[in-house]
Design a protein around this ligand. Structure first.
Ligand code: AMP
Ligand code: TRP
Length: 329
């Protein structure tokens, strides 16, 4: 069975974008692959997080993983810091990443271009840690949203370079980006990604949003003045995004949905998208509350960490030995 690994960085509440672009796919893949899914808490602190908020977001993220259908009997679910090898191999990876490579990472460049202040060294070297996350598990595939593809490609470059230098240390991973739903856009500005850090909150649906609030966000989504329901990503990006959201969740094709509403007004289509999204959120939220009350999270994470550490430690030890860090008497 091929191995698959992915992580989410819960710096805020998980969004519909996370669900469609990442989580939902993990659930589909867990039957076909040996699946490792972790909460990237070390990645969270590359920017300041209020400790209390961070703790809550991490707990909610695990509960939501399970609520969305990740099954601890099929997937290994764990917290990044519970497996110490991440930080250790992360350092070794940073020593095998060139500054030029980090300078090319668009996520970092975008932040820099926006003139963000007090950017940390951790934020800059984040892709090296992400490479460690992946390579520790000798993962074959890494399912991610579009924005993370570049980081997985860097991981491949670093792995290949180290394999050339030292012999076969790592499996070369492949990014898997879904055809539909890899980049869900903001409901208020369809030129921007739907993101946890949405300033107005109106463009982003959170998985734990009150259903009435979620519906309202969809009904007031920005569209266009063309007045025709069709699939034209360039000229009608807001409409296209709404159809993509409904298509991803309902497993209907985008063409099929656009065709059904082609003679209707935008309000009717938005109502349909809201129905699809709210029905899905309701299911997830009901399970989320059951899981929080059942107090099973600790057990899931403990068992996950033990299973994950077994593989990760083996890789780390082999790397340390191969690159000459070990002293032999
Ligand atoms: P992040 O929330 O940035 O840690 O992202 C976690 C995962 O969700 C990554 O695989 C992202 O690519 C994916 N993701 C985040 N936002 C979106 C979005 N708006 N559309 C699709 N995928 C997303
Ligand atoms: N960088 C990813 C994000 O922001 C989260 C992440 C960390 C990740 N390590 C990973 C994703 C390893 C896939 C594989 O979404």
């Amino acid at each position: 069975m091929k191995r698959m690994l992915s992580g989410i960085k819960p710096t805020g509440q998980l969004t519909l974008g996370n669900y469609i672009g990442a989580l939902r796919n993990f659930v589909k893949y867990q039957d076909e692959y040996e699946m490792y899914v972790f909460i990237a808490n070390l990645h969270c602190i590359t920017e300041y997080q209020d400790p209390q908020d961070l703790r809550k977001n991490l707990t909610d993220a695990v509960a939501l993983y399970l609520a969305c259908g990740l099954d601890p009997n099929k997937s290994t679910i764990f917290l990044q810091t519970d497996v110490r090898a991440h930080a250790q191999l992360g350092y070794i990876m940073a020593c095998n990443t060139y500054l030029g490579e980090l300078n090319r990472m668009t996520q970092f460049k975008d932040k820099q271009a926006k003139g963000e202040k007090n950017m940390t060294a951790g934020l800059y070297t984040y892709p090296s840690l992400m490479a460690a996350d992946i390579l520790l598990y000798q993962a074959n595939y890494v399912p991610v949203g579009e924005d993370q593809k570049q980081h997985v490609e860097l991981t491949r470059d670093i792995a290949q370079r180290m394999n050339n230098k030292y012999g076969d240390l790592f499996t070369i991973p492949e990014p898997l980006v879904a055809k539909v739903g890899a980049r869900i856009m903001s409901l208020q500005d369809p030129s921007k990604k739907m993101s946890k850090s949405d300033e107005t909150n109106k463009g982003c649906i959170y998985l734990l949003d009150d259903l009435k609030v979620a519906r309202k966000k969809i009904m007031s989504a920005v569209t266009d003045s063309v007045g025709v329901i069709q699939l034209d990503k360039e000229n009608q990006p807001g409409l296209y995004n709404l159809i993509e959201i409904a298509s991803s969740i309902s497993d209907r094709s985008m063409e099929d949905i656009a065709d059904e509403f082609k003679n209707e007004g935008y309000g009717k289509l938005k109502g349909y998208v809201a129905d699809v999204v709210c029905a899905e959120l309701e299911k997830i939220q009901n399970r989320y509350h059951e899981i929080i009350e059942s107090k099973t999270l600790e057990k899931v994470l403990n068992e996950g960490a033990i299973k994950a550490a077994k593989i990760a430690d083996e890789t780390l030890q082999n790397v340390e030995k191969t690159i000459g860090l070990e002293i032999k008497y």
